[in-house]
Ligand binder design. Sequence first.
Ligand code: SF4
Length: 282
Amino acid sequence: MVRKGCVFDIKRYAIHDGPGIRMNIFFKGCPLSCMWCHNPEGQDPDPELMFDGLRCLACGACQDRSLPEECPSGALQRCGKYMSVEQVMEIILRERLFFDRSGGGVTFTGGEPLMQPDFLIGLLQACKESGIDRAVDTSLYAPGKVVRQVISLTTLFLADVKIMDPLKHKQYTGVDNILIHKNLFLVARSGVPFLLRIPLVHGVNDTEKETDLLARFAVRLRDMGNLKGIHLLPCHNYGQGKTMRMTGKKVQQGSFSTPPVQVIDSIMLKLRALGFRVVKGG
Ligand code: SF4
């Protein structure tokens, strides 16, 4: 089993991605390419360089091969590094007290954690052995065999549902949603608690047709399993600045906006009327 994986960030004291105080581990690499992605640096599976022109001193250190490859201003930064399960666990275990006192734990996110299944499973097993709560934030675009293994080690799924119309889903994310829906049914039938997370993008998935389809789908999932609620995540454009700083492969990104407040409120009302616990953000 591969005990190493590529991670592009580790955030302490996270409070929006599961119960209590959490540590978020960001896996690098994603099979989707959502045009509103707010973590575009998480799409490519390998480490890459990010360049921030506003911080560059034009000192030329990065051009001079005789000098150590250190950028003095932080304008040039490596995004992503390979870490072993043991290295990540050492960081996780330092926060154990906060997890125990707050009812928190670790959330594996990305990118797409299921894209590095052996690394993820190694971390889930190690956390389980240490009695640490384990949430997985995922698009569920992965082979069913991987999803089943992850289900057996996870205490909460944060499952993204982006667009219900399969053609539109492919147009905006690069993949269709058939596999994702199949895997959502696997999660629902497993009995493991899960939340649906909906990135709300104006003109894309905030229409009446889309939200009606979403509501019907959520009712089906709730009837099958342990659906704990729905989180609506209004889209923002933070990802665009990061895309401009990426020096390697260009990520396709559009300009999108948050739906108007009245539209978000009406979606919340529609879902609450069906008995769902709905939260905006988080
Ligand atoms: S080393 Fe950093 S600050 Fe100097 S020229 Fe290169 S990017 Fe700019």
